[in-house]
Design a binder for this molecule. Structure first.
Ligand SMILES: [Zn+2]
Length: 56
């Protein structure tokens, strides 16, 4: 099969990882390559997940 589709390296993140709500243009908090609505959501997401090493 010659149907080779290259997936984009960077996935478009449209939802906040903290609350799961869709991100808006104006309100977004970028941290460690991830997007959140606010710093609170970042902290929430960080604390909710167990530490699985650092990103490579
Ligand atoms: Zn959020």
């Amino acid at each position: 099969m010659a149907d080779e589709q290259k997936a984009p390296t960077e996935e478009k993140q449209t939802n906040c990882l903290g609350c799961g709500k869709p991100l808006k243009k104006l309100r977004r908090y970028y941290r460690n390559g991830k997007l959140y609505c606010t710093r609170k959501c970042w902290i929430k997401a960080t604390k909710s997940k167990p530490q699985e090493g650092e990103q490579k």
